[in-house]
Unconditional design. Structure first.
Length: 110
């Protein structure tokens, strides 16, 4: 099952930057390794979409199609990044954009 997520290019760039700490994560158990593998796939998919649209207007709407488990992982990663981030490093504008993506994914998964 595919989940379409519609965001602006600006929001997609924010999500791409927000997911960068995933690459510094280490997994120890089998379950953590599986979850991290999905997280890497989601990050790579979003990065490739962002870089393929380089040079386009930032306000342009973009659709990303994710499988159900990928959308679920993206939601979890974004929630984790908002909760674990230090308030002085993340601007309210960025938090609002990330929360908008989380809300959209949540509605489509429900």
């Amino acid at each position: 099952m595919k989940i379409p997520i519609i965001v602006t290019l600006e929001t997609l760039a924010i999500v791409t930057i927000t997911l960068q700490p995933v690459y510094n994560t280490r997994a120890h158990t089998r379950r953590e390794k599986s979850a991290l593998s999905i997280a890497f796939d989601v990050s790579k998919k979003i990065e490739s979409k962002t870089f393929s649209l380089k040079g386009q207007p930032f306000g342009k709407k973009v659709t990303i199609s994710l499988k159900h488990h990928e959308a679920d992982m993206l939601e979890l990663l974004l929630i984790d990044q908002i909760k674990n981030s230090k308030d002085e490093f993340i601007d309210e504008f960025i938090k609002t954009k990330i929360q908008g993506v989380i809300n959209q994914i949540n509605q489509k998964l429900a």
